[in-house]
Design a protein around this ligand. Structure first.
Ligand code: CO
Length: 183
C-alpha cells in the first residue's frame, strides 16, 4: 500500500452538505502542511466519498473550505487506488467532451456538461509528497469538477439558462432541505 492510499476504515463518514450551503460557494484556503487534523480530514473525506460511491469529493462538500479533494479512480473504471490531492493545480487540459455529470451535493440531478477530455493535475498527496496525475474520461471529468468545487464553482454553473430554469424547483427543494439540516 502506498502512503497516499488511505484505508477507508480509518475515516469517519461525515455529512455531505447540499446545494444552498454557503460553504459550497466559498473559495477554499490552501493547506500549508499535513498536520494530524488535516490527516484526519483526508481520511474522513475519503471514507465519506467511498461510502457514497462517489468518484470524487471536495473538502468544502463536508463543510471544510480547504483546498483538497479525494478521488476514487476505481469508480471511474481506472485501476488506481483512492487518493487525496492537496492544493491541486490544473497543469494542462486537452480536447472537449460532453457527458452526463452529477454531484453528491445535488442528489438525483444529472446534467450534460462539456469538459476537457484529458487533464493533468499536480498537487500533494496525503504523505506530503508531490503528485502528478494524468487522466481521461470520467476521471478527468471528476478532477475538474472537484477542482472547481474548491473555487466555489458548481457543475450547474455550466448549464444553459433554460436547463437551470428546468431545475429550479428541485434546487429550491435542496436549499430548503439544507436549511433544515443546519437548523
Ligand atoms: Co460535486
Amino acid at each position: 500500500m502506498s502512503a497516499g492510499d488511505i484505508p477507508r476504515e480509518f475515516g469517519n463518514c461525515r455529512r455531505i452538505v447540499l446545494y444552498g450551503n454557503p460553504v459550497l460557494r466559498t473559495i477554499a484556503r490552501q493547506i500549508h502542511s499535513v498536520t494530524p487534523e488535516i490527516a484526519q480530514l483526508l481520511t474522513d473525506l475519503q471514507a465519506t466519498m467511498m461510502r457514497k460511491d462517489g468518484v470524487g469529493l471536495a473538502a468544502n462538500q463536508i463543510g471544510v473550505p480547504l483546498t483538497v479533494f479525494s478521488l476514487n479512480p476505481q469508480a471511474a473504471d481506472c485501476d488506481r487506488p483512492p487518493t487525496c490531492i492537496i492544493n491541486p493545480q490544473i497543469i494542462a487540459t486537452e480536447g472537449e467532451i460532453e457527458n452526463e455529470e452529477g454531484c453528491l451535493s445535488f442528489p438525483d440531478i444529472f446534467e450534460v456538461v462539456k469538459r476537457p477530455e484529458m487533464v493533468i493535475v499536480k498537487g500533494i498527496d496525503a504523505s506530503g509528497k508531490e503528485l502528478t496525475l494524468q487522466a481521461t474520461g470520467i476521471l478527468a471529468r471528476a478532477i475538474i469538477h472537484e477542482y472547481e468545487h474548491l473555487q466555489g464553482i458548481l457543475f450547474i454553473d455550466h448549464l444553459s439558462e433554460l436547463r437551470r430554469k428546468l431545475l429550479e424547483s428541485r434546487l429550491k427543494e435542496l436549499i430548503e432541505e439544507e436549511q433544515k439540516a443546519c437548523g
